[in-house]
Design a protein around this ligand. Sequence first.
Ligand SMILES: [Zn+2]
Length: 262
Amino acid sequence: MKKRKVNKIASVFTAFFLAFTFLSRVEAAESEKSLQDQTEEQTQKITHMVAIDPGHQGPGQDMSGMEPNAPGSDVMKARIVAGTQGSTTGLAESELNLSVALKLRDELEERGYQVIMTRTEQDVDLSNIDRASIATEQGAEITVRIHANGSEDASVSGALTMIPSSANPYVGELYEDCYSLGAAVLESYCQATGLENNGVVETDTMTGLNWSTMPVTIIEMGFMTNPSDDLYMADENHQEIMAKGIADGIDTYFSQKGSTIE
Ligand SMILES: [Zn+2]
């Protein structure tokens, strides 16, 4: 009788032990799974690849060459053009574009993006087709082209983004994604900098847009011919803010894209 009671206690104890072991295993498997989910999320973020194209280049390049304005087009445009320059600071647009683009690269890499730069120095010979091809060959998902504006009217100020229209025969099918990207980048940029928002402009005459194989936008960060915009943009601290604003827009673009896929 006594022995049987001991046996019963032992079997109850064994049952508890087995149940406990089983639950621990379930728990371990669950926490392993959530760790795997986390790793997958991180990997997903890292795999977004962004091409940044700092517009123009340093002086000294042959500007006489021409190239087709779009794949198969008879319309020829200059393969290389000089940018504008700061009316107050004298800063070349190519230098401003590169300076902001390098800060944008660092900011995006810190946020986990892979970044393709079409150039990291002034002394390059890159046509607009070359710039689009680099992004395609490297497998970028989007291209953001960095520029600054110029006008004969010094009072004109503010930022805008440019995208192809839905009627564009070459890249019209990219219109909706280009619009999402252009709008997100412009909104975040203007919010961060306080510069005037001149809207998303549709154009089908830009070689660099027409040759793109992925969603693309040009940001015209401000008017270098406007003394206030010029002084603002030439400041290195402001350039950090400008780069963060553009990066915020890229974050927004990919998060909106993620939610429409689901
Ligand atoms: Zn430009």
